[in-house]
Design a protein around this ligand. Sequence first.
Ligand code: SF4
Length: 215
Amino acid sequence: MCHNFTNPDKTCHLCPRLVDFLNTNRQLYPDFFNAPVPSFGNLQAPLLIVGLAPGLKGANRTGRPFTGDFAGNLLYSCLHDFGFSTGTYQARCDDGVQLIKARLTNAVRCVPPQNQPTGQEVRCCGAFLENEIRSMPNLKVILALGGLAHNAVLSVLGQKKSAFKFAHNVLHTFDWNGRQINLLDTYHSSRYNVNTGKLTTEMFVAVFKTLSQII
Ligand code: SF4
C-alpha cells in the first residue's frame, strides 16, 4: 500500500466499513460533505493538531475538521485567542477562518459509526497522518486530542506506546528520523468530556499556554 499525499482522494476505499457508512450517509444526508475530510491549515505551521475522526454532523457535514459540532467550539476559540488563526469561527467551512500557525487533521479521515474506528482503520489511515508530519518542515509540536490520536501519532512515528502514556497537558519528546518531535496531549474537546467536567475550559486554555511556550 502506498500513499504519497497528505489528503486522501475522495474515492479512497481502503476501509470498506467506512466506505459503506459514507454511502449510507449520502443517502440519508445528501447535502453533507460525506467524504474523507481533508486537513485544514498551513503546512508551514509549527503546530499540527490531531483529532480522532470527523463527527457525523460536524466535519462530515461541513467538510472541515472540527467544524460544525460541539468539539470545534472550544478548539477554534483557543486557536483564535492564542494567535494561531484569523477570522471569526462561525461553524461553517466558508466562515473565512484561516489557520496561519496551525494545521488541523484527524487520525481517521472518514466518519466512523458511533465515532469509533477500528484498529485496522486507524492503521490504514495512518499513512496520511505520517505524510502530514513529513510534509511540515517547521513542525515544532503535535497536539493530540485524546488517547486514540496520541496512539495513532506514536504508531506512525514508530514509537512504543508503553514508553509514552497518554496524559493531559503532558509533553512527550522523542527523536524521529533525526527530527525532535514534541507530542503534547489533551483530553478531547468533545461534548461528553466538557459536560462531565473531564475537560474544563481552564484545562484546555492551560494546554494552549503550554503550546505557546513551546512555539
Ligand atoms: S479512513 Fe482513511 S484510509 Fe480509510 S477509507 Fe477513509 S480516507 Fe481511506
